[in-house]
Ligand binder design. Structure first.
Ligand SMILES: Cc1cc2nc3c(=O)[nH]c(=O)nc-3n(C[C@H](O)[C@H](O)[C@H](O)COP(=O)(O)O)c2cc1C
Length: 258
């Protein structure tokens, strides 16, 4: 049996992972890239001693901006937690079968669904749902890069909600027997953690995005974690992680104080 660990190399340092991703995108500079960030980490640190408020973006979001700013491709960044995305209704397993993404679930709106591909009951049933903003840009892009943080050994909840809500893309070809509308698109998943399970999460998400029908080039799948010691919950390590992330990635620290 192939172990999950053997699928993606752990031994490449962070700055090489970042530069490999940037050069992969630059080699495909005619392709439009969509960056989807999902961490909800609160960006404001109050610095009472300095009398100001420091703005610190989530590391995964900072990474997305850094990569975006260093590629020639036409690109767009979207922060998923800022959108009103409802929970997945889970219509894959009713008594009468799987109704996720069936033709009747088409979102009838030329503004929200210009391609006509968006079929999701939760979008139909919730006027205020904004998943259409994401799907519209997915259909308008060639490469989709997801950024997440690790929480309790999994990708964070906002990423998971998004990927559940997009199940109709996968169902369309795997269950309903229609065409794979993601066939010409590539996807990636990059995640940041502190001490546990990041590599397993990357490997699972690589498989998930492959099930979806995306192409999944290895340059777009990796993680960074402060330590391999899953028992290290020390305050000292959490304090050191910010600087280590920037030293390892060679991304300059950019804090803004209000
Ligand atoms: C609720 C919660 C659970 C977490 N669980 C894990 C975990 O299981 N494994 C891990 O490596 N890090 C865990 N972390 C730490 C974050 O992944 C880590 O701080 C990461 O740097 C955050 O990335 P971000 O700055 O992009 O949000 C957890 C953080 C939170 C808030």
């Amino acid at each position: 049996m192939i172990s999950l660990k053997s699928l993606i190399s752990e031994n490449i340092n962070l700055s090489t992972k970042v530069t490999d991703t940037i050069s992969f995108l630059n080699k495909n500079e005619n392709k439009k890239v969509l960056f989807l960030t999902t961490s909800t980490r609160y960006p404001y640190n109050t610095k009472y001693d300095k009398g100001g408020v420091e703005i610190e973006l989530p590391k995964s979001t900072e990474l997305a901006f850094y990569i975006k700013n260093n590629i020639k491709n036409n690109s767009l960044i979207m922060d998923i937690p800022k959108l009103n995305i409802m929970s997945c209704e889970g219509n894959v397993s009713h008594k009468d079968g799987n109704t996720c993404g069936v033709k009747d679930s088409i979102l009838k709106s030329s503004e929200k669904n210009p391609s006509g591909y968006h079929r999701c009951w939760a979008s139909v049933n919730n006027e205020s749902d904004e998943l259409w903003r994401v799907s519209k840009d997915i259909f308008d892009s060639d490469i989709i890069l997801f950024f997440a943080s690790i929480r309790w050994g999994q990708a964070n909840a906002q990423y998971q909600k998004l990927i559940e809500r997009l199940t109709w893309l996968e169902n369309r070809h795997n269950t309903l027997g229609e065409e794979n509308i993601l066939n010409n698109k590539q996807a990636g998943f990059i995640c940041i953690g502190q001490n546990w399970n990041g590599l397993n999460v990357v490997n699972i998400q690589k498989k998930v995005l492959k099930f979806y029908g995306f192409k999944t080039p290895s340059q777009l799948f990796w993680n960074w974690q402060y330590t391999e010691n899953e028992l290290d919950e020390s305050q000292e390590s959490y304090k050191k992680a910010y600087q280590k992330f920037h030293t390892d990635s060679k991304i300059p620290t950019k804090l803004k104080t209000l």
